[in-house]
Design a protein around this ligand. Structure first.
Ligand SMILES: Cc1cc2nc3c(=O)[nH]c(=O)nc-3n(C[C@H](O)[C@H](O)[C@H](O)COP(=O)(O)OP(=O)(O)OC[C@H]3O[C@@H](n4cnc5c(N)ncnc54)[C@H](O)[C@@H]3O)c2cc1C
Ligand code: FES
Length: 278
């Protein structure tokens, strides 16, 4: 019988520094069969483990439309994530998954896409953003609103410039504290509403970031006329098993690891604020 807790080794092929505490790892499974067969959807996560440190749930930031490798953006906050940051190109990490549900993709075809991200909330959205860009003709306008504390803390700085050059795509950046030479907006991500037209017409919104940011973005989206069922958020909870067995990650009567991490606002809006945590 297959043991669901056994992880598979993957070699780190490249490491990109995003900011002082955040890195993106590009990895490839050692087993070629797994490399070819590993199938995932945008918004899903894996449990990454480092020998001697433990394991942590991390979103897959690469796009399923780009085959053969996986990418993860990891902020060093504690035991496992700091151990991941000590690894070098050529080292091995262990992965099990993919787990969780995904952002709507097929259902979003022919519609306009609005992405709103804060800080390390962009990595999970990047998977669906690049999948949409790889299928550009299937979608209308693609708008990305992204905020971070400071310019240095924006993830994927080079890729943001590439996205800015894609037809019918708009990328608006904002930071709380500007640095010399900063030309983007200053303020929290909702201040970008003044800089562009946000229309709910034929649109789906995808939101990921710190809970307080999600709370204010949801308010703005509802004020702008978005229906709760057209707003999708990815929520973080403490997780252990990742597969619906340990009960660590509940949100109301749901488990974030199997019913989420992606929820439409329609699904969770009736929950009390303290259970929703947004
Ligand atoms: C579905 C999902 C996807 C995630 N995707 C990413 C990702 O793409 N990149 C990334 O960097 N992180 C991501 N995280 C968060 C990541 O899992 C935690 O930061 C990690 O588990 C911390 O483990 P640690 O051993 O390094 O820290 P610990 O030593 O366990 O804790 C260090 C500190 O972080 C806090 N902390 C730990 N886990 C969480 C959590 N889940 N939420 C809030 N605070 C926490 C603790 O309270 C403590 O203050 C995701 C979490 C979930 C549930
Ligand atoms: S992490 Fe164990 S039930 Fe969700």
């Amino acid at each position: 019988m297959k043991n669901e807790y056994i992880p598979y080794p993957a070699i780190i092929e490249a490491i990109q520094t995003e900011s002082f505490d955040t890195r993106t790892l590009k990895v490839r499974f050692k087993d070629k069969r797994l490399r070819d067969s590993f199938d995932y959807k945008p918004g899903q996560f894996v449990e990454i483990s480092v020998l001697g440190a433990g394991e942590a749930p991390i979103s897959i930031t690469s796009s399923p439309s780009r085959k053969g490798f996986l990418e993860f953006t990891v902020r060093a906050v504690g035991k496992v994530t700091k151990a991941i940051h000590k690894l070098k190109v050529g080292d091995t990490v262990y992965l099990r998954g993919p787990y969780g549900n995904s952002f709507p993709f097929e259902e979003a075809k022919n519609r306009n896409l609005l992405f709103v991200a804060g800080g390390i909330g962009l990595p999970p959205l990047r998977s669906v953003i690049n999948m949409a860009f790889d299928n550009r003709d299937d979608f209308g306008n693609i708008k990305i609103l992204y905020g971070a504390k400071a310019p240095d803390e924006l993830c994927f700085k080079e890729e943001l410039k590439i996205w800015q050059g894609i037809p019918q795509a708009e990328v608006l950046l904002t930071v709380d504290k500007p640095a010399n030479g900063w030309k983007g907006n200053i303020g929290v991500v909702t201040t970008l509403w003044k800089k562009t037209e946000i229309s709910p017409k034929d649109a789906i919104a995808y939101v990921c970031g710190p809970p307080i940011m999600i709370k204010f973005v949801l308010q703005k989206l509802l004020e702008s006329g978005f229906k709760p069922d057209n707003i999708y958020v990815s929520l973080e909870r403490y997780m252990k098993c990742g597969i619906g067995k340990c009960g660590h990650c509940n949100i109301g009567d749901k488990f974030a690891c199997i019913d989420g991490p992606v929820f439409s606002f329609g699904q969770i809006k009736e929950l009390p604020d303290k259970e929703r945590e947004i």
